[in-house]
Design a protein around this ligand. Structure first.
Ligand code: NAP
Ligand code: HSE
Length: 464
């Protein structure tokens, strides 16, 4: 980068881009002081030129011409805040080819095409920064890549989707409906352009893929990460979980064979299969998955509310560390993007990027564990006919798969009533002891096929 001033082209000026423009313009003195030289917002590219923008952005730097901004010889850094895989990927690759450093918050792009993007960056001898891509304003990329560099991470347990956490909190604490809570999350700027990605676990899986690359060197493609979203959770599940002493959270988790039980007792049994593989002298493995998990009310992650994210990282030297803060929204995300810009200005980011060799051929020997082998306790809710033999059929199927029942809840209905619902079916909640995911799924298939089961079973992992 030559000269004193660093010139920036911002491609995308919506929720996050608007925040970045505001910070660069409203806090120019602070940013200059931290970067050691001015960071000038030279160009802003949007889709709709007529849309009203923050009046602090000079009108004459706004355009709709992406190529013109990227190829401006005076621009040193391109910030991609369009999102998605189409235009965003072209912006990033074209910017690198044009010799610009890139800052992005685009987790779906990195999870899907990290190898291609980072190879292009290395070829062009340019840097890609992406602190905002995971956990919004929480500096977890730096923590994993820099501050914990002396460690081999052995497990990660994280709330990585602000929208889902916001919805679950609003349903549990304010009794809001799922649809109303999602609409509020969208209004507040937390959700993706396609909010399905938030609620079906895809967004958290994209972020987990990035954390897994940094921590274990595995290039897990998003479709290889087993995932279940919050879109199958009913208000009834939140109430049953509460009654049992648990809070439901959407967790992204990574468990390795090297994870030591001494760090955190009971929770780690959920990585049991991976531990067993490692103990048998096989290659180190990591199990990755995203799923709603029932956490005890007292668990640290159970207390993370609203659009906040939290990432628990277990390192073989440091032990357990926790990073928490706003995981979505305009200014928290802008905070991370501008930190990346400052790092590029100082010259730190270039050195870290070169040393990290992310998405390169230099892996760490880890392979991804099939989720079927992960062991967990399970919460299972069935809608069943309230008549003799139903419970016996279900417990027989569970026994056939060597799944033992830890507790069981069926609320009383009035004598003589056919059941609580119009179909005559009543909710039956079963909590199991530890079982392999594979065997549990087999049992589910058989339970769902019973003529006395009125609706597909709903199930979640237990966090203890
Ligand atoms: P957004 O509000 O939808 O903004 C997208 C921006 O891209 C808009 O300014 C839009 O222009 C512009 N754009 C779309 N298509 C374009 C095109 N063909 N040419 C030029 N500009 C185009 O999205 P966002 O919430 O800011 O998210 C941006 C990125 O940050 C995504 O990768 C997202 O995953 C990530 N992220 C978001 C959050 C969050 O809390 N929102 C947090 C962390 C990471 P117009 O303004 O003219 O429509
Ligand atoms: N839609 C994302 C979320 C934005 O809700 O967490 C932050 O990446």
């Amino acid at each position: 980068m030559s000269g004193d001033t660093i010139n920036i082209a911002l491609v995308g000026c919506g929720t996050v881009g608007g925040g970045v423009a505001h910070v660069l313009l409203a806090h120019a003195d602070r940013v200059t002081q931290r970067a050691g030289r001015p960071l000038a917002l030279r160009r802003v590219v949007v889709r709709d030129h007529a849309k009203l923008r923050d009046p602090i952005i000079p009108r004459d730097i706004i355009s709709t011409d992406i190529a013109d901004a990227i190829h401006d010889p005076n621009v040193h850094i391109v910030v991609e805040l369009v999102g998605g895989l189409g235009i965003a990927k072209k912006v990033v690759l074209d910017a690198l080819a044009a010799g610009k450093h890139v800052v992005t918050a685009n987790k779906s792009l990195l999870a899907d095409a990290g190898a291609e993007v980072f190879e292009a960056a290395r070829r062009a001898e340019r840097t890609v920064c992406f602190e905002a891509a995971v956990a919004g304003g929480v500096p977890v990329i730096r923590a994993l890549g820099e501050s914990l560099a002396a460690n081999q991470v052995t497990a990660i347990q994280a709330i990585l989707n602000g929208t889902s956490n916001f919805i679950l909190t609003a349903m549990a604490e304010r009794g809001m409906s799922y649809a109303a809570a999602l609409a509020e999350a969208q209004r507040l700027g937390y959700a993706e352009a396609d909010p399905t990605l938030d609620v079906d676990g895809s967004d958290a899986a994209h972020k987990l893929a990035i954390l897994a690359q940094i921590s274990f060197g595995v290039a897990a493609r998003p479709h290889e990460i087993a995932r279940q979203g919050i879109d199958t959770i009913d208000a009834m599940d939140i109430r049953f979980a509460y009654e049992l002493g648990y809070t439901i959270k959407l967790l992204a988790e990574a468990w390795t064979g090297g994870h030591s039980h001494s760090t955190n007792g009971a929770k780690l049994s959920r990585g049991g299969a991976a531990n067993a593989a490692h103990a048998n002298g096989g290659p180190p493995t990591v199990a990755l998955h995203v799923a709603p998990v029932l956490l005890r009310h007292t668990d640290l992650l159970a207390q993370v509310r609203g659009a906040y994210n939290a990432v628990l990282v277990y390192g073989d030297i440091v032990g357990e560390t926790l990073y928490q803060g706003p995981g979505a929204g305009q200014m928290p995300t802008a905070s991370s993007v501008v930190a990346d810009l400052i790092d590029l200005g100082v010259g730190r980011a270039q050195r870290t990027f070169a040393a990290a060799k992310l998405w390169s051929h230099e892996g760490r020997g880890f392979t991804v564990e099939p989720p079927e082998r992960v062991r967990s306790r399970f919460y299972l809710r069935l809608q069943v006919a309230d008549r003799p033999g139903v419970l016996a059929d279900i417990t027989r199927i569970l026994a056939d798969e060597e799944i033992s029942i830890s507790s069981l809840v069926q609320h009383e209905t009035e004598e003589g009533e056919p059941g609580a619902s119009a179909t005559g079916a009543v909710p039956l909640v079963i909590v199991t002891h530890y079982a392999s995911t594979g065997k549990f799924r087999k049992a589910l298939e058989r339970i769902n096929a019973l003529s006395t089961t009125a609706a597909p079973a709903v199930f979640f992992s237990m966090g203890d």
